[in-house]
Ligand binder design. Structure first.
Ligand code: CA
Length: 227
């Protein structure tokens, strides 16, 4: 049987690379901040690590690449630098199709929760401006709400709690391998949107039910998915 979202009551959306076309800037900011600090990081690493909280990314890269034990203070300093570089690049665009999808969900009387590993207050505030017609701060899970970020299921389990539904009644929309893994680990069906440079297989092998190349493609397939 084809995958259907007809009976899903809650939609749990990742933010970067799903609601905002922000990943190219994040990737440049990460590579620059890490390399300035002496930890080697490539663009592809950013996309493979996407979904982890900032401090997790820094610890993972320190361990994997340089066998470096990164202290909490170093994490804070590097993450602050990365966030500054990201901010200096200017405003990122809303992903085309995102507001249309949110409107369809609202019309259907269903719930939206945003589940992000981001701990950048400026981005979280922007969500309230751009998507304020659909979500309140209450319906967001950020780096401030959970101790363990993606790929652990914790953020999506917190999202289910906010939505007040069980895993079978929800669907996750993700663009990153670790994000898909986190959704699957929480027992939720995942729609993957491959909006970045990685091959589709990285998302599919984590257990995504279906994959689209963009939010617009997801939006265009709305009726088909609701059969
Ligand atoms: Ca993402």
């Amino acid at each position: 049987m084809a995958f259907s979202i007809k009976d899903k009551q809650a939609f749990l959306f990742d933010m970067d690379g799903v609601l905002y076309n922000s990943m190219p800037n994040h990737a440049r900011a990460w590579v620059e901040a890490m390399n300035r600090t002496g930890i080697s990081m490539k663009t592809e690493d950013v996309y493979m690590q996407e979904g982890c909280t900032g401090p997790q990314v820094i610890k993972n890269m320190g361990r994997e690449r340089n066998d470096l034990d990164v202290t909490d203070q170093m994490c804070q300093d590097i993450y602050r630098l990365k966030s500054e570089i990201f901010r200096s690049m200017g405003k990122v665009d809303i992903m085309p199709g995102a507001l249309d999808v949110f409107e369809k969900i609202k019309q259907a009387g269903k719930t939206i929760v945003i589940v992000t590993g981001s701990g950048q207050p400026d981005m979280i505030n922007r969500l309230l401006t751009d998507f304020g017609a659909y979500v309140t701060r209450d319906m967001m899970v950020t780096a401030f709400e959970v101790k363990r970020g993606k790929p652990y299921p914790d953020p999506y389990l917190a999202g289910l709690q906010k939505a007040g539904v069980g895993p079978s009644q929800a669907v996750v929309i993700e663009n990153a391998p670790y994000g898909v893994r986190a959704g699957v680990a929480a027992g939720i069906d995942v729609i993957a949107l491959n909006t970045g440079p990685l091959e589709d297989r990285f998302l599919l092998q984590e257990g995504a039910k279906i994959l689209y190349p963009s939010m617009s493609a997801f939006c265009q397939n709305w009726d088909e998915l609701n059969k």
